[in-house]
Design a protein around this ligand. Structure first.
Ligand code: ADP
Ligand code: MG
Length: 612
């Protein structure tokens, strides 16, 4: 049968009927209950599951998608009508109710947004990278008109509807009909909270090598301040366009930029839910884990095109899997994320390793030390040149929250990041307070960083802290540091040359032992479901090692500068590495063999970076 899309009062009536009659699977009148709760808790917004609307009446749901401007307005009236009947007093108190949709039938990729969708309701997924502070937007103004002849009049403007994007002033007084000077009375006007944010594509969804796309989103009313930079969100709203401001005021350009006038924003469950793992996948993953050589196979699958570097590849595998985060009873959080730093001569495949890792990580991001935006590695407060608005912008470690940040040339980071990165690496938060914006953002990412030696070449006679332009306080926050030296060595060079020539002649050589899509799922699975616990024997071994390291660091020559003091940080690092090593073969118990391997890697590091 032919579906006619409803308008005006009929549309309001249709929504009202939906609210009154829709029954959930359990037979409950879901929306009547929600309206009851809304009244009790003193709210103005009613959350509506889009899937319920589709199930109830497909045509009505399409009207919302195709003509959201009118539909949301009518839906809002429908809520008001129901509230008026249920609780007339509350309906009188609240000027306007807001239906807020969740669970959209589909989400669009930010890069697929086009002019075809202007004026339509769409949903997007992405990461919040920028937020302004909250401002008040005027929706209904009250003016005072003083006229020498007719006296003082007050009037509301606009008389119907609300003030839109542009603040237009009245041309004449509706009381006396004369033009004149009108004084705005803010205390008698109506405002709503207003905030602008920018949502960017998720790093793992950006096609290789391309710049992530983003879109501005306007939030109003009770959905301001819901999301922070770094949050992964679903935004549902109307796609609109705004003229791109031009410096030549007299010849405005015909260009407009897209933005979303949000109806709703939902912050997604943080970490964990990344890649879909089917039952079939789980079977294959469990099968793989039974292989006695699984650990070696995983390590060999890391950047197979790069020759050698077994220990570094093992460290990367452990970083990808991570240790177990602990939250103590007093609320203190000990990170499970592992940070690894590579310091080495130019041309030793550091960048290649980082790029590979960012692609293999379930949530990976590759950036240079300067960062790809003005926000650098942590965060910053900036001012928009056109509008003068201050906004908070997230840097790489915040955007990589819940994933792996691969930071190349970390020694070139911005001055501001040098202080802020301490907190970002250890507490995994970024705090900022500037220009009225105060925030603490999450930066729960693992960092794989690379840096070049200060003097071009690594000098093995000096400790690592003298070789790289990073203070010991930053170095000590890395669980493992590797130095890579490019020393001519005929035997080694020949093997490397053959390897590279092989890579260049037959693509087969670079194939991983484990298919990378499966490996990615394996990593995701291990992070999600495997939480290894140290066995008492493993704990004892780690304790003994730590105590002996502390002793030897005290008894050593005090005039000899050590790169990194052995502190409880290194103890925590060994625990994380031990847990990550157990995860390699999906073990729930981290045993002595795992601890031995963690200790071996720690000793490799200490022997190379200028310790005793
Ligand atoms: P870096 O970032 O350390 O300066 P790059 O990652 O840019 O070095 O590497 C330079 C080039 O040398 C790359 O094409 C890389 O593949 C090659 N290369 C260097 N070392 C190796 C290696 N061990 N195996 C394979 N290729 C290598
Ligand atoms: Mg490089």
């Amino acid at each position: 049968d032919v579906q006619v899309s409803l308008k005006g009062a009929e549309l309001t009536e249709a929504f009202k009927k939906f609210l009154e009659t829709y029954r959930s699977k359990e037979g409950l009148r879901k929306y009547m209950e929600r309206i009851g709760q809304m009244i009790v808790t003193g709210q103005k917004s009613l959350t509506v599951d889009f899937m319920d609307l589709i199930e109830y009446d497909r045509a009505l749901a399409s009207t919302v998608l195709d003509n959201p401007g009118e539909a949301i307005e009518r839906f809002s009236e429908a809520v008001k009508l129901v509230v008026e009947r249920e609780n007339p007093e509350y309906a009188r108190k609240i000027v306007k109710f807001y239906p807020r949709f969740r669970n959209p039938p589909e989400t669009h990729r930010i890069r697929d947004i086009s002019s075809d969708y202007i004026g339509k309701l769409i949903a997007i997924e992405g990461i919040v990278t920028r937020v302004t502070k909250i401002d008040a937007k005027i929706v209904k103004a009250t003016y005072r008109h003083r006229d020498p002849e007719t006296g003082i009049h007050e009037f509301i403007y606009p008389d119907e509807g609300e003030i839109g994007e542009r603040f237009e002033k009245p041309v004449y007084c509706p009381v006396c009909g004369k033009p004149g000077r009108f004084e705005l009375l803010p205390e008698k006007s109506t405002f709503i909270d207003w905030q602008k944010i920018v949502v960017q594509e998720k790093p793992e969804e950006v096609p290789g090598g391309q710049i992530p796309r983003s879109i501005e989103v306007i939030l109003t009313g009770d959905i301001v301040d819901v999301a922070r930079p770094g949050d992964r969100v679903i935004v549902i709203g109307t796609l609109r366009v705004a003229p791109i401001s031009s410096l030549e005021r007299h010849s405005p350009r015909a260009l407009f930029s897209f933005y979303i006038d949000a109806n709703n924003i939902e912050v997604q469950e943080k970490v964990l839910e990344e890649i879909e793992i089917t039952d079939e996948d789980e079977k294959r993953i469990r099968e793989l884990a039974k292989d006695p050589w699984i650990r070696e196979k995983i390590i060999a699958s890391i950047a197979p095109g790069i020759y050698g570097y077994w220990d570094i590849k093992e460290a990367i595998a452990l970083l990808l899997l991570g240790g177990v985060q602990k939250i103590l009873q007093d609320g203190t959080r000990i990170r499970g994320d592992i940070h690894v730093l590579l310091v080495g001569d130019p041309g030793t495949a550091k960048s290649q390793l980082l790029q590979f890792t960012s692609r293999l990580a379930p949530r990976g991001l590759y950036t240079s030390g300067k960062g790809s935006t003005a926000a650098g590695l942590t965060a910053t407060v900036l001012r928009d040149k056109m509008t003068g608005e201050y906004y908070l912008e997230a840097g790489a470690l915040v955007i990589a929250d819940g994933g792996v940040a691969c930071i190349d040339e970390i020694d070139k980071m911005r001055e501001e990041d040098r202080s802020a990165i301490h907190e970002a690496l250890e507490q995994q938060t970024v705090s900022i307070a500037k220009a009225g914006i105060v925030a603490r953002l999450n930066a729960r990412s693992s960092v794989l960083a690379a840096g070049n030696p200060k003097d071009g070449r690594y000098d093995p006679t000096k400790p690592v802290s003298k070789n790289i332009d990073l203070p010991p306080t930053i170095l000590s926050r890395f669980d493992l540091i590797f130095t890579i030296r490019d020393i001519p060595n005929t035997g080694q060079d020949k093997r490397l040359a053959r390897h590279i020539l092989g890579v260049h002649s037959e693509a087969d050589k670079t194939r991983s032992l484990i298919d990378l899509t499966l490996l990615k799922k394996y990593i995701s699975y291990a992070r999600r479901y495997v939480r290894p616990q140290l066995t008492p024997e493993a704990a004892r071994l780690i304790e003994e090692f730590y105590v002996s390291m502390r002793q030897s660091s005290i008894s050593s020559d005090p005039s000899q500068p050590t790169a990194i003091a052995i502190t409880p940080r290194q103890l925590e690092a060994i625990i994380r590495l031990t847990e990550a090593h157990a995860r390699l073969s999906l073990k729930n118990r981290a045993t002595v063999e795992d601890a031995e391997e963690a200790i071996r890697l720690m000793l490799v590091m200490l022997s190379k970076i200028g310790m005793d």
